[in-house]
Design a protein around this ligand. Structure first.
Ligand code: SF4
Length: 351
């Protein structure tokens, strides 16, 4: 049977495990320090743990660093990693440089079954869920990369390949582990989880007592269009989604962010902006406009800059707060899933 990954275990589980080995509880703190502060890659390096304990750890757990298949570096400092998991699957993790700090975008599933038409991640379907530890390992790997420049990760976005609410338990486990101050200590308000709109999970998430940012991938101002762009809307219609969003905001006292990918000629016209403005007028919510990256398989085009600004102005006329996402890595395979899709094509051709 496959040994569990060390990054799957939260601090409370380490304390229990240490007790079972007859070790004092503070060994769990020492272990957390080795894993998340010193970021070692082998149990032998944990020099303040006894040889017996290190062997016991190695017999019970794996401490495999993610293997880098390739890393693409953009002129703007963005780095996109293609990592290999223990079973050979490839996933993407992106480190982005902002004026306010460094953020890392993590993957929660190998592929995705949601089927958003503008997304390269969904093209090969869903292969499997990641464990919480496999998501944590991406943040640790990103931090190891930044260690070389003496920099730190200041925020985490769960917006890479996969729908985090289709892998709910692992996503919650991941948030709690990276938030732990004995671990990476990423503040909850610096963690953003993005969902395509899995309505039952939004209700569930509202009861988790978390302070993270929840982002909803909206991408259309009406059900007809949303159904075409995001098949998930057939299961969870826009009206039901917005009801869940209202309950979430009420229960948590936290405003949602709506993500809106602008796709040339599809959802980026003035009439769409007016419809979206009416839908969210005076809600206090934030709309994040995302100029969509070109996805060759779908033949989607980009919205011209002046049209993006017009869209923004119309939304603001309805007192909706708007940001335009700064492009990262436009000179590399920037769209979510693009690098992995390319890797899969090469593998298929050579097999
Ligand atoms: S946008 Fe997200 S939810 Fe939609 S197909 Fe891509 S990875 Fe899945």
């Amino acid at each position: 049977m496959m040994k569990p990954n060390v990054y799957d275990q939260p601090y409370t589980e380490w304390k229990k495990w240490m007790k079972e080995q007859g070790e004092p509880a503070f060994r769990a703190d020492q272990l957390m320090d080795w894993l998340y502060c010193k970021r070692v890659t082998a149990f032998e390096q944990m020099s303040n743990l006894s040889r017996d304990l290190r062997e016991q750890l190695a017999d019970s757990f794996t401490l495999d660093a993610l293997e880098t298949i390739t890393a693409q570096q953009s002129v703007d400092g963005t780095v996109k990693f293609l990592f290999q998991l223990h079973d050979g699957h490839a996933i993407e993790t992106v480190v982005m440089r902002h004026q306010y700090g460094n953020s890392v975008c993590v993957t929660t599933q190998v592929g995705c079954r949601i089927g958003c038409t503008f997304c390269a991640s969904t093209l090969g379907g869903l292969k499997r869920n990641l464990t919480a530890g496999e998501v944590v390992a991406q943040v640790v790997a990103a931090q190891r990369y930044l260690d070389e420049a003496g920099e730190r990760i200041s925020s985490v976005v769960v917006m890479g390949i996969g729908e985090p609410f289709e892998n709910y338990e692992a996503t919650i486990g991941f948030i709690r582990i990276i938030n732990d101050s004995r671990g990476l200590g990423i503040g909850q308000r610096h963690i953003t989880v993005s969902t395509s709109g899995i309505v039952p999970s939004i209700y569930r998430f509202a009861d988790e007592g978390l302070q993270v940012v929840l982002a909803i991938s909206l991408h259309a101002p009406n059900q007809e269009l949303r159904k075409k762009l995001m098949p998930v809307s057939r299961r969870y219609p826009l009206e039901k989604l917005l009801e869940a969003c209202a309950v979430y905001e009420e229960k948590t006292g936290r405003r949602l962010t709506y993500e809106y990918a602008l796709i040339g000629g599809k959802n980026d016209q003035s009439e769409h902006a007016h419809e979206l403005g009416q839908l969210l007028a005076d809600s206090g919510s934030l709309v994040n406009l995302i100029p969509v990256n070109y996805v060759p398989e779908r033949n989607y085009t980009r919205t011209p800059r002046n049209q993006i600004f017009r869209f923004q102005r119309i939304l603001e006329s309805y007192r909706v707060k708007v940001t335009i996402r700064r492009e990262h890595g436009s000179d590399i395979d920037a769209a979510c899933g693009q690098l992995r899709a390319k890797h899969l094509q090469i593998e298929q051709r050579s097999s």
